[in-house]
Design a protein around this ligand. Sequence first.
Ligand SMILES: Nc1ncnc2c1ncn2[C@@H]1O[C@H](COP(=O)(O)OP(=O)(O)OP(=O)(O)O)[C@@H](O)[C@H]1O
Length: 359
Amino acid sequence: MSIQKLYVDNFRNLTIHNSEFDPALNFILGDNGSGKSSLLESIFFLGHGKSFRTTKLENLVNREADKFTVAIKDDRDSQLGISRHNDGKCTIKLNGAPAYKLSEMAKHVAVQIITPETFKLFFGGPKERRRFVDLGMFHVEHQFAELWREFRRVLLQRNACLRTGVRGQQYEYWTELFVQQSEILAALRKQYVVQLSEELQRWLAILLPELSEGIALQYSRGWGEKHQLTELLRDCEDKERQYGYSSYGAQKFDVKFHYQKMSIDQVLSRGQQKMFLMALTVAQATLIFNQQQVRPIILIDDIGAELDTDSRQRLAAAIEQLQCQVFITAIEKSALEPIIPKHNKYKMFHVKHGIISEV
Ligand SMILES: Nc1ncnc2c1ncn2[C@@H]1O[C@H](COP(=O)(O)OP(=O)(O)OP(=O)(O)O)[C@@H](O)[C@H]1O
């Protein structure tokens, strides 16, 4: 899907009353503190039910209000909306009918974001990489959401056994289920990472051609390739009981990125890392598009940071080929110059004090 109209009320400093966006490419300009990132954040919230900037969702409500609303009409005339009150209560509507879970919303809106901070998080601990891969899995593998929910339930039960000293049949039961489901998830993820890796090569050839051949993805499933999970858990049972949680299994998977066998963040420049992340993001968006035939949404915050003219030109070439709706923010138009296409199939907006107007 792509956002045709966006309505935002009391989301940070933003008020947007049914602005109409381009189905392919939208530029958002504005000074520091004008509301550019908040605009991307409001769209991100629709797709994820959370923010990419804060875990405290009460910060998203305008300081003078007690709830915010974000709603869209998409290119197929579907309407999705969500209001969040200060007390944490959410009201979600899909085509006028109430929905009860944020995940129902997420099925309709595949949103990915790149910010100047993303790559620090991405190349830091495994959390962001897990989140990234599972977002793709959620949209590309139909069975994933259900499998993951069930796996989480089993993991919690097994962890509770470890923490509270439960042994015998009950512990064996949850451990056996945990092993079975870990193996299913690990195989699915491995399959997905192979697809992602192939698609990534295609986009690296456009976005980072000088390094593309040396870049490789390495998937680790959450326990050693040479080990049987059952045996591993048996061997480390005492240690896991001390920790009170499962230290191996599908929840511990990771994907690492190497350039000529060295970790990417150790050898690529910041600009190159950003281009790599762009390639990875659009590779995932392409897989989502191929599977669902709906346009994912890509949000790029502060395009000017760290990208030279050459890189921005390559990004323009990639955007031309993308089956996505893209939102790009910048402080000044000059940062967009090589990216703005010669044709007129884009829209440009200016944000000032939380109010958006088309330029
Ligand atoms: N809950 C809130 N209520 C009202 N205003 C808020 C709230 N949270 C943040 N703001 C303000 O909203 C404004 C928009 O912030 P935002 O981060 O979107 O700006 P920006 O245009 O992305 O700026 P920059 O270019 O500096 O990144 C800021 O002035 C900020 O202080």
